[in-house]
Design a protein around this ligand. Structure first.
Ligand SMILES: Nc1nc2c(ncn2[C@@H]2O[C@H](COP(=O)(O)OP(=O)(O)OP(=O)(O)O)[C@@H](O)[C@H]2O)c(=O)[nH]1
Ligand SMILES: [Mg+2]
Length: 383
């Protein structure tokens, strides 16, 4: 199927979380944010995409489009898009659906088209870097969600192989699909085993910096990291819980709710993607993964650090970093000056208010005094 948008709308997101300066710079032109889903066939990748878009529309109380991507087996790489926006900050959210693998006796190299897609996007950007018009449809994958079958055991050799291939190219986040099919205790043990397996095989999954200047962010990052790999439930349908329509899956024993944090980590994952770590995912993609691709390509072409093109680029990047640092410093200083100016003005207003209050008190006393004198005169006249 040809890649193309199945729906587009505007929703509000927490992009205002970005540092002010960054926000200002980026908001003028907006940005692309691209998520890819990969994994075995039938694990609910396409259902997840539909669920993500539907719940986003609902969360931000925007008219709901039906993001009903066709639910047959996905047979080709497919692109789903929506424009999201907050306070003038535009994000083009793109989710890339991929055909599931694992259906065949021989799954060797089944991930090749996915890896090729990721590399092709890096190559496209690299090719355009030297052209005067650098406007391209940048589909570099900022985060890849790898779907794991909820077996309750551990990762399969195929998972390990594919995750290794992916993790050297993109920010990789493993997710446990169909969390409603195993018990909470099984899920905890399964997560632990997956974490062990990931570390044994030295798979580099995305792990955001935990410590931040403010305590709230540090606490949030720690709790997010503790939940990895995220368990998710997806659904095509709404069910009624306590008189309210919620996304979920109805069973005889009850409802498995997509956005209930006691049922799965869907909400944590969505927050990480759309709110708290979008900027980090975008910048690490450019600074680490794209850079690694670029260097490996140039090295393969036999170009070294002494190559004028490479050193020119290095100098350019160092200069940009320096300029950004200086800009940040100037901005912080400007804010300080403005704050001081505001404080002085506030202080002046307070003194002026105090002076006026004092005047008012004096006038009150005078009026009272005059009233008393008047009363005395009237009384004297009556006598
Ligand atoms: N129990 C349960 N079933 C789910 C969940 N998510 C999706 N499914 C079901 O799993 C089946 C396959 O879902 P798809 O979204 O088509 O799976 P896919 O990963 O896109 O499959 P391919 O396109 O073949 O790679 C459908 O019947 C879904 O309803 C879930 O969270 N829990
Ligand atoms: Mg699919």
């Amino acid at each position: 199927m040809a890649p193309g948008p199945v729906g587009a709308t505007n929703v509000s997101v927490g992009i205002a979380n970005l540092p002010n300066q960054r926000h200002k710079i980026v908001s003028r032109k907006g940005t692309n944010f691209t998520v890819m889903v990969v994994g075995e066939s039938g694990l609910g990748k396409t259902t997840f995409i539909n669920t993500l878009f539907t719940t986003l529309m609902r969360e931000y109380k925007r008219p709901e489009h039906r993001f009903n991507k066709q639910m047959d087996r996905t047979v080709a790489i497919d692109v789903v898009r929506a424009d999201i926006e907050e306070k003038g900050f535009n994000v083009r959210l793109t989710v890339i659906d991929t055909p599931g693998f694992g259906d065949y006796a021989n799954n060797q190299d089944c991930w090749v088209p996915v890896i090729k897609f990721i590399d092709d996007q890096h190559q496209l950007v690299m090719n355009h870097e030297t052209l005067p018009n650098r406007k391209i449809d940048d589909l570099r994958v900022h985060v890849c969600l790898y779907f794991i079958q909820p077996t309750g055991h551990t990762l399969k050799p195929l998972d390990i192989e594919v995750m290794k291939q992916l993790s050297s190219r993109v920010n990789l986040i493993p997710v446990i699909a169909k969390a409603d099919t195993i018990t909470p205790a099984e899920m905890l043990a399964f997560k632990e085993r997956i974490r062990d397996c990931i570390s044994t095989h030295d798979i580099q999954v995305y792990s955001p910096a935990v410590h931040s200047d403010d305590e709230e962010t540090t606490r949030r990052n720690t709790s997010t990291l503790a939940a990895m790999p995220f368990s998710i439930i997806s659904s095509e349908n709404d069910v009624v819980v306590n008189g309210q329509n919620v996304r979920g899956r109805q069973y005889i024993w009850g409802v498995a709710e997509v956005e209930n944090e006691n049922h799965c980590d869907f909400k944590k994952l969505r927050n990480l993607l759309i709110r708290t770590h979008m900027h980090d995912l975008i910048s690490t993609t450019h600074d680490s993964h794209y850079e690694a691709y670029r260097v490996s390509k140039l090295t393969a072409e036999g170009r070294t650090d002494n190559d004028p093109a490479i050193s020119a680029r290095r100098n350019f990047e160092a200069k940009m970093k320096e300029e950004e640092g200086a800009l940040r410093k100037r901005f912080a200083e400007q804010v300080k000056v403005e704050e001081n100016r505001f404080r002085q003005w506030e202080q002046k207003l307070i003194s002026e208010r105090d002076r006026l209050n004092e005047d008012l008190d004096k006038q009150h006393t005078l009026v009272k005094q005059l009233e008393e004198e008047l009363e005395e005169i009237i009384a004297a006249r009556k006598r």
